[in-house]
Design a binder for this molecule. Structure first.
Ligand code: GMT
Length: 377
């Protein structure tokens, strides 16, 4: 008899950030494979499909009370998780990003009779280890929640090592890398380039991120100022945050008319397929979903070799990696890619092949399904 579809709860931060995007896409893929998906968050996740079959969204209502200086989200989330787990007889509750989701899930389980508790999986995404994991106000709570989960996953071996250095717990850990499935209905490359006002001899560089401090937009602009001395290009920024704080630096470096910002774009595929090179300057990435998104469109990237990025691309094969902070080396790597279109295309093709072979939904989603099945067997 075939395995019955599973009833799965997914908890994530809904804003533009890697963990929420990955969680939304995982939910979408699992629903397409016949499972019933229940997203729980304070707002619908950024890339969650609306009106898709077998996908439901359960909002967490956060009230503000005069007594509290700061509104509390963890308790209403835990109550909602207990309610949804029981009402929909969830098999698994998969929480993405430990804070505060893993603690809320743990608390929710203690509100339910043992036989009604779904298995809890915590996926660590990055700053829940590398930033909050170093904060004395959070670390003990993260460790406690990891100890009480049924399974923990991380998105790279780098993050697994970082997590095991910081936290002691006995729950089994599995590395399941990120995946990306591009949507098909992209506008033609020429139409997108025309929309952006790109001349025929102008290269299109692409940066996608939430622009948080860890993305080091200051270094991105420094590298591009060096590149601008010799190359013709425009940088398109698909921004999940406000670019305004960086505008003064861009102007001071003479880059103002070379930067095009598009905010909260959902059809990222339009821009990915039109781009020549991706450029990323984070000081830390556990994986860097944006590099993978570019890879699936045969777009090689230049980036700093930090965190899990070298697990995603090999320098010189699928893109170029340079030491963190070396903006001159980054500019030189970018100039090389722009001047040698044949090498750039070969790297793009290798990147695309690697994305499909290692980081596609067909490879990764069955690994999550297998984990769910093992836990619920
Ligand atoms: O940095 C972001 O874009 C947000 C952050 C998140 O958790 O939402 O991203 C982290 O998770 C992504 C998905 O697993 C990873 O691809 C990113 O590398 C990771 N970011 C950091 O570690 C800084």
């Amino acid at each position: 008899m075939p395995d019955r579809p599973l009833r799965l709860g997914i908890v994530c931060h809904p804003s533009v950030g890697g963990s929420g995007i990955l969680a939304s896409e995982l939910g979408e893929e699992l629903a397409a494979r016949g499972h019933e998906i229940h997203f729980v968050s304070h707002s619908p996740p950024f890339r969650m499909p609306v009106d898709a079959p077998r996908i439901r969204f359960h909002p967490v209502e956060v009230n503000s009370y005069d007594l509290f200086k700061y509104p509390d989200y963890t308790l209403p989330l835990s109550v909602k998780l207990a309610e949804v787990s029981q009402a929909h007889a969830l098999d698994v509750l998969h929480v993405h990003y430990a804070v505060p989701h893993a603690t809320a899930a743990m608390l929710a389980m203690t509100m339910l009779p043992k036989e009604k508790r779904p298995k809890v999986i915590v996926t660590m995404h990055g700053t829940d280890v590398t930033l909050l994991g170093c904060d004395a106000g959070y670390a003990p709570a993260i460790q406690h929640a990891l100890e009480h989960a049924d399974a923990v996953t991380t998105v790279s071996h780098f993050l697994e090592r970082a997590m095991l250095e910081r936290f002691q717990f006995s729950t089994p850990v599995e590395v399941i890398p990120n995946f990306f499935t591009p949507r098909p209905d992209a506008r033609p490359r020429a139409v997108v380039r025309a929309e952006l006002g790109l001349a025929d001899d102008e290269a299109m560089l692409l940066h996608l991120s939430n622009l948080r401090p860890v993305k080091r937009i200051d270094l991105l602009l420094e590298a591009l100022a060096l590149l601008a001395r010799t190359e013709r290009f425009k940088l398109v920024v698909l921004a999940g945050g406000d670019f305004a704080p960086h505008a003064a630096q861009a102007r001071a470096l003479g880059l103002a008319d070379r930067i095009i910002v598009r905010e909260r774009v959902t059809a990222i595929e339009d821009y990915l397929q039109a781009a020549d090179v991706g450029v990323f300057t984070s000081q830390m990435e556990s994986f860097c979903l944006s590099i993978l998104e570019a890879m699936t469109f045969s777009c090689p990237s230049a980036a700093f070799a930090v965190g899990g990025i070298p697990e995603v691309i090999e320098s010189g094969v699928h893109g170029e990696l340079v030491p963190f902070g070396d903006t001159a080396a980054l500019a030189a790597a970018l100039a090389g890619l722009l001047r040698e279109p044949a090498r750039r295309r070969a790297m793009g093709a290798a990147a695309c092949e690697r994305a499909h072979a290692h980081f596609s939904a067909d490879i990764i989603v069955p690994r999550y399904e297998a984990l769910y099945r093992r836990l619920t067997a």
